[in-house]
Design a protein around this ligand. Structure first.
Ligand code: NAD
Ligand code: TYD
Length: 339
């Protein structure tokens, strides 16, 4: 019997997957449960190095299935819940918003209800800076925790809705919660539909890299390992009911990001292809994480060190991302980019 049971939803995805590995390695005294229904974004092969460990468990379940989720909570009596499971890609939310409401809003409410009924020590809801909407290009402006929610895409609207439900469960029922709002992540096991892994994988195979509009939109990039350490801190030290922004002040235009990767791989900028802009494309995101820093967090990667580590990882793990770029992914890719 382990000291604590921790449920990680969405632990077969990118950030949840990295967090599961981080927790299994760091806390052998915890039982880590990865709950995931393995959508297109979920993949268990990433856990080949931890799946035999006695503190790792996998449960295949849909967070929208309230009866199943309730029975799992009643059986396992988790101490902690860290909730990553979501539909996470903005482009997919533009073409198919309904599933985002199902998973991100209804699924979160199902988990909150189960957590409330069995009584848990902490529910950490993993949200995003995109709930704040967009900033203009004034480099002195940042999202703080009090910035009003003004989501622009169906994805960010569904995440903002889930944040409000998490807050309501705290205010109404006293559920011990935290909400974290992180900037764009990158690092190992990132699904190649998102900008950085898409660019790396396409540059490695000498294919064109689609850049939306003029590539001048700005994102604030954080290495996923730094995000995992921040969540660990919030889980153990976060003040109940509080929201924490997470970001490392690594603002780059999309064009700068793509150029950096092309340069790191010694390829030509002729691979860049400017394509039609995304609908409702948010101009700029930038996070002020002073509140989390006061709790004791600081990032260990700069964008320069993190992107080199990540490019190297994709070079060394071609088998992983090549098996991901399968028939289903290609159908999505061709439709998204009108090929
Ligand atoms: P991802 O798309 O890589 O992974 C999502 C995981 O959730 C997958 O394993 C998928 O199978 C699972 N899932 C989806 N629907 C489910 C359901 N109904 N039941 C059970 N499992 C389900 O996502 P990610 O990029 O790792 O993001 C994880 C979380 O972090 C999300 O909540 C996202 O909003 C948030 N976030 C992401 C970023 C980023 O840059 N990727 C930044 C800030 C916050
Ligand atoms: P993405 O990785 O989808 O993350 P998010 O939309 O959540 O920020 O996109 C990051 C930025 O890169 C965003 O401004 C859109 C842009 N982008 C492209 O220019 N081309 C692409 O093919 C993709 C997927 C994104």
């Amino acid at each position: 019997m382990k000291e604590k049971k921790i449920l990680v939803t969405g632990g077969a995805g990118f950030i949840g997957g990295n967090f599961v590995q981080y927790m299994v390695e760091k806390y052998p005294e915890y039982d880590v449960f990865n709950l995931d229904n393995l959508t297109y974004a979920g993949d268990l092969t990433k856990h080949s190095l931890i799946e035999m460990k006695n503190n790792y468990n996998f449960i295949k379940a849909d967070i929208v299935d309230d009866r199943l989720i309730m029975s799992i909570f009643e059986k396992e009596k988790f101490n902690y819940v860290v909730h990553f499971a979501a539909e996470s890609h903005v482009d997919r939310s533009i073409t198919n918003p309904g599933i985002f409401v199902q998973t991100n809003v209804i699924g979160t409410q199902v988990l909150l209800e189960a957590a409330k009924r069995v009584g848990i020590t902490k529910f950490v809801h993993i949200s995003t800076d995109e709930v704040y909407g967009e900033l203009d290009f004034d480099p002195t402006t940042f999202f703080i925790e009090e910035t009003p929610l003004k989501p622009n895409s169906p994805y960010s609207a569904s995440k903002a809705s889930s944040d409000l439900l998490v807050r309501a469960y705290h205010e109404t029922y006293g559920l011990p919660i935290n909400i974290t709002r992180c900037s764009n992540n990158y690092g190992p096991f990132h699904f190649p539909e998102k900008l950085i892994p898409l660019t790396i994988s396409r540059v490695l195979t000498d294919e064109k890299v689609p850049v939306y509009g003029e590539g001048q939109n700005i994102r604030d990039w954080l290495h996923v390992f730094d995000h995992c350490a921040a969540i660990d801190l919030v889980l153990h030290k976060g003040v109940n009911g509080e929201i924490y922004n997470i970001g490392g002040h690594n603002e780059r235009t999309n064009l700068e990001v793509v150029r950096t990767i092309i340069q790191a791989l010694g390829k030509s900028e002729e691979l860049i292809e400017f394509v039609e802009d995304r609908l409702g494309h948010d101009k700029r995101y930038a996070i002020d994480s002073a509140k989390l820093k006061q709790l004791g967090w600081k990032p260990s990667y700069t964008f320069e060190t993190g992107i080199i580590q990540t490019v190297q990882w994709y070079v060394e793990n071609e088998v992983w991302w090549k098996q991901i770029i399968n028939g289903q992914y290609l159908t999505y890719f061709n439709k998204q980019y009108s090929l």
